[in-house]
Design a protein around this ligand. Structure first.
Ligand code: HEM
Length: 303
């Protein structure tokens, strides 16, 4: 079992603040965001694999937060290439289950220690040689950086796939564990504007676009899971699974409207999962819980 790393979590958040500035009251990552109201309808296809209440047949309400990955809430939308979609399912017993995705399918490091090392390099405003040294030291980070570099600005939060990245275990009534990786697949056609076109958009164009998009009706996503096999790594968030793995659709999310006001006391801690789902020992997944708690504590105090 992965050990708690409270000092490392504080160090990570301190480094993010040194790099991106401190923005009192805001999340230390994904600072700019929009809350929405949604309903999730499971189709029962997950039932053989998990007893999780929200993945059976009954609809549940959900809160969704779309976000820009930058720790700076004033970041121009097009300059922040990774977007987030956080979903909090509201379970029948009053508890919550979180599923936190981004537009990139793999993370940049296997461990929180390596992530903090990379932040330390970034803090020193690295030149090309420092960056090259970093890529040699952490070759596993190349896949994520390559995808980020090739990402073009989005025209809408509604048109991307979102990947919760980490592996989770589904656990069924017999106690059998099935490793899964989730993906949100949009109903809206995938689309992205050319950089040239995006350059003329205002700083917060994604929020304005969302308002316009809701005039046409709800924004819909299918929730799918890829079923892992024995040889697939379950605790390495830099590793994708082979493409031929079976993928099943387990439900449908309908996002109805923007919430104009939302108390900022939600933490989308990705380790908050209900009975019938278990976290793997992926050290990055475990560490996120601690890092998000540090960020939450600071933003709640208005720091
Ligand atoms: C070492 C790894 C990571 C660190 C230190 C980190 C740090 C953070 C922090 C500090 C926040 C703000 C938390 C809050 O105040 O509520 C945050 C939010 C977020 N992170 Fe991470 N993160 C990590 C990995 C990841 C990964 C792998 C993903 C991919 C799924 C991800 C996706 C997000 C998203 C979507 C949000 C916004 C959540 C919201 O809407 O409130 N993060 N992250």
């Amino acid at each position: 079992m992965e050990q708690n790393k409270p000092e490392l979590a504080k160090k990570a958040i301190d480094l993010i603040e040194h790099i991106a500035g401190t923005h009192p009251g805001y999340r230390r990552a994904h600072a700019k965001g929009i809350y929405c109201e949604a309903v999730f309808t499971p189709n029962g296809h997950a039932s053989p694999y998990t007893t999780a209440a929200h993945l059976q047949k009954e609809k549940v309400k959900a809160i969704v937060r779309f976000s820009d990955s930058s720790p700076n809430p004033n970041m121009v939308d097009m300059f922040s290439p990774v977007k987030g979609m956080s979903v909090q399912f509201q379970l029948p017993d009053g508890k919550a289950a979180n599923l936190v995705g981004v537009t990139v399918p793999v993370f940049i490091t296997k461990t929180p220690e390596a992530f903090v090392e990379i932040l330390s390099v970034m803090e020193k405003k690295p030149g090309p040689r420092d960056l090259l040294r970093m890529f040699i030291q952490y070759p596993e980070s190349r896949a994520a950086f390559r995808i980020i570099k090739n990402t073009r600005p989005f025209i809408s939060y509604s048109t991307s796939r979102y990947y919760p990245i980490h592996t989770f275990y589904f656990v069924n009534e017999a106690g059998e564990k099935q490793p899964v990786k989730y993906e949100w697949e949009p109903d809206d056609t995938w689309n992205c504007a050319a950089k040239r076109e995006a350059a003329v958009h205002p700083a917060d164009y994604l929020e304005a676009e969302l308002t316009r998009r809701f005039l046409k009706g709800p924004i819909d996503f299918n929730l799918t899971v890829i079923l892992g096999e024995e040889s697939d790594p379950v605790d390495d968030s830099t590793a994708a699974w082979p493409k031929e793995r079976q993928k099943i659709t387990i439900g449908h999310l309908s996002i109805m409207r923007k919430l104009d006001y939302m108390e900022e006391n939600i933490v989308f801690d990705p380790t908050v999962v209900p009975q019938g789902i278990m976290c793997t020992d992926d050290p990055v997944l475990r560490f996120r819980s601690e890092a998000y708690a540090v960020s939450f504590e600071r933003r709640l105090k208005g720091q």
